[in-house]
Design a protein around this ligand. Structure first.
Ligand code: SF4
Ligand code: SF4
Ligand code: SF4
Length: 171
């Protein structure tokens, strides 16, 4: 008889980093991962309150931000809905530490004119630096909020949100 996967089993696997290798993007103002998993009840209130519908139910029933669905405007509705304080704006920390990173599949980096990400960035954090041939996107780390607006609009899904410290350290 096969074992049933319960939220608790998934939680333990998440804590051990065994379920996924790619980063999990929790909703903004989430506590550090271990504390978040302890506090979150999986009630879905944050998901239901998000006016942008960018939060989804992820592994184990815990909420995740899916930038492919759109932009987080940092309105704070999700944190305000979280009575368990798994999302906590009161601590005065930035909402998260994600930053956009442009990968090798970028059309412009492959010689095809495309400025879709720049046109959708609300922070004007994407500049196109003319190099030889087609201008390519450069992220201004000081401006990028990790809002995700550029992720879903990229025709080749070349943009991901990475830990800001890793982005500042370079590719
Ligand atoms: S801050 Fe607002 S837009 Fe962002 S995930 Fe929370 S509810 Fe959605
Ligand atoms: S509102 Fe809070 S407790 Fe409920 S699912 Fe969202 S993060 Fe978890
Ligand atoms: S994630 Fe950064 S670069 Fe992308 S749209 Fe948001 S602020 Fe602009």
């Amino acid at each position: 008889m096969s074992a049933t996967v319960t939220p608790d089993l998934v939680r333990r696997a998440l804590l051990r980093g065994r379920v996924r290798a790619d980063p999990i993007h929790r909703p903004p103002w989430a506590l550090a991962e271990v504390e978040f998993l302890d506090a979150c009840t999986g009630c879905r209130a944050c998901i239901e309150r998000c006016p942008e519908q960018v939060l989804v139910r992820g592994a184990g029933g815990y909420p995740e931000f899916d930038p492919k669905r759109g932009e987080c405007t940092f309105c704070g509705e999700c944190a305000d809905a979280c009575t368990a304080r798994a999302l906590d704006r009161a601590v005065g920390q930035p909402p998260w530490h994600w930053m956009a990173s442009v990968g090798a599949d970028c059309l412009a980096r492959n010689g095809v004119v495309c400025v879709s990400c720049r046109d959708h960035c609300p922070e004007q954090a994407i500049g196109f630096r003319p190099v030889v041939g087609v201008a390519t996107p450069q992220i201004d780390n000081a401006r990028c909020t990790g809002c995700g607006a550029c992720v879903g609009v990229c025709p080749t899904a070349a943009i991901e949100l990475r830990d800001a410290a890793a982005c500042e350290a370079g590719p």
